[in-house]
Design a protein around this ligand. Structure first.
Ligand SMILES: *[C@@H]1O[C@H](CO)[C@@H](O)[C@H](O)[C@H]1NC(C)=O
Ligand SMILES: *[C@@H]1O[C@H](CO)[C@@H](O)[C@H](O)[C@H]1NC(C)=O
Length: 363
């Protein structure tokens, strides 16, 4: 009997080993362990339900509006998951303005000329204006194709600074980049006078939102799964150098926008469901989740919550608004302050959230 049991357990162990090897062999990732910030860091401020108080703009008209921007006439723009650039006029009417196509549009910004600059994860950096749509940057200087452009900002000299989230994984596999937890992100600069794109920073941990400081002496670039944002100096003695702007964030930073008072608004995602954080600390579970994409949805908790923070220029959190249940707003990806209101983009809603800032309780 004993030897029978031993034989059985040997067979079971051999089978499990074979399955594990098979999973690792077919796994699309080569994972590193990832230390998520401790849950306690989320309680720097008590949870509030401020994001449940939003006014819903364009409900039913906007499919997953990831980013928002406002031009100097006060017209609000967003890029939707069905390939449109839509805009909200001051009189409250929405216009389907320009069709780009695909489901690959991310960060947008208004340029000095009034055109829109759009990150298309397939096509590169686009210019969208009254004349239509044109490609500004689709390749690096060496001719390689630029993929997964994520967010963009224009400087006063016309240079465009933009991020590439991952040079290894595409938009629809973004969660594999998180699971792999190896740095494949970049910060790029497009010089319009040369029509050339150069790499400013390489090996970033999912480079996402990009913002310029008020006097444009530094850029802030968000590293999503590293839960931090970096400061990249554009001027002065430290020009070209990088330092940490803020780290140990209570969520994974997505888009960042400069506020009128010189502070920054950062949208934070939750990269793991509660109870499943261990996946990030075990290579075998990472391989397992990456091999069976259905499991990703179980692990990735991004849809359930929403959180935005206001960070002072020196990198201290001033305010935090959240929807801890995701009841009204979930997966908020951007926060833009304009005219005493916060405009909130999301990859899991059919509207843009508008939050009056004056009436909100300031933490
Ligand atoms: C709102 O303003 C836009 C732009 O001026 C105009 O095209 C549109 O017809 C206006 N809509 C309404 C309902 O007044
Ligand atoms: C600029 O470079 C891009 C490649 O990134 C190319 O497609 C485009 O035609 C160039 N534009 C001009 C005006 O030369």
């Amino acid at each position: 009997m004993d030897s029978y049991m031993t034989a059985c357990s040997s067979i079971i162990i051999a089978c499990l080993l074979a399955i594990t090897l098979q999973i690792i062999f077919f796994s699309p990732i080569s994972p590193n362990l990832l230390q998520l910030p401790p849950a306690s860091s989320a309680s720097i401020f008590t949870p509030n339900n401020q994001l449940q108080k939003v006014i819903k703009l364009g409900e039913g008209l906007l499919k997953d509006p990831e980013d928002v921007c406002v031009d100097n006439m006060g017209v609000l723009y967003t890029a939707t998951r069905d390939g449109w650039i839509k805009r909200l006029h001051k009189n409250g009417s929405w216009e389907n303005w320009r069709m780009i196509g695909g489901d690959t549009l991310l960060g947008i910004t208004v340029s000095r000329t009034g055109d829109l600059i759009v990150c298309d994860t397939e096509k590169g950096l686009l210019k969208v204006g009254e004349e239509g749509v044109s490609v500004l940057a689709s390749a690096y200087a060496n001719g390689d194709k630029i993929r997964f452009a994520d967010d963009v900002i224009e400087a006063v000299d016309g240079s465009l600074y933009f991020s590439v989230a991952s040079t290894k994984f595409g938009l629809h596999e973004w969660y594999l980049d998180v699971l792999e937890a190896r740095p494949h992100g970049q910060l790029l600069k497009y010089d319009p006078s040369l029509n050339q794109t150069s790499i400013l920073l390489d090996n970033l941990c999912f480079a996402n939102g990009v913002a310029l400081s008020p006097n444009q002496d530094f850029l802030v670039v968000c590293e999503t799964w590293k839960h931090r944002c970096l400061k990249y100096w554009l001027k002065g003695e430290t020009k070209g150098q990088t330092e940490i702007f803020i780290d140990n964030l209570p969520g994974a930073p997505d888009n960042i926008n400069l506020a009128p008072d010189g502070s920054f608004w950062i949208a934070l995602l939750q990269l793991s469901s509660s109870g499943l954080e261990f996946v990030h600390t075990s290579k075998v579970s990472k391989h397992l989740v990456a091999t069976f994409p259905k499991l990703i949805e179980q692990v990735n908790g991004v849809r359930r919550k929403a959180m935005v923070i206001n960070v002072a220029p020196h990198g201290k959190i001033i305010r935090k608004f959240d929807d801890p249940t995701g009841k009204v707003m979930s997966m908020v990806t951007s926060a833009l302050e304009f005219d005493d209101h916060l405009y909130l983009g999301s990859l899991n809603s059919g509207f843009i959230g508008k939050l009056p800032l004056k009436k909100s309780i300031v933490n």
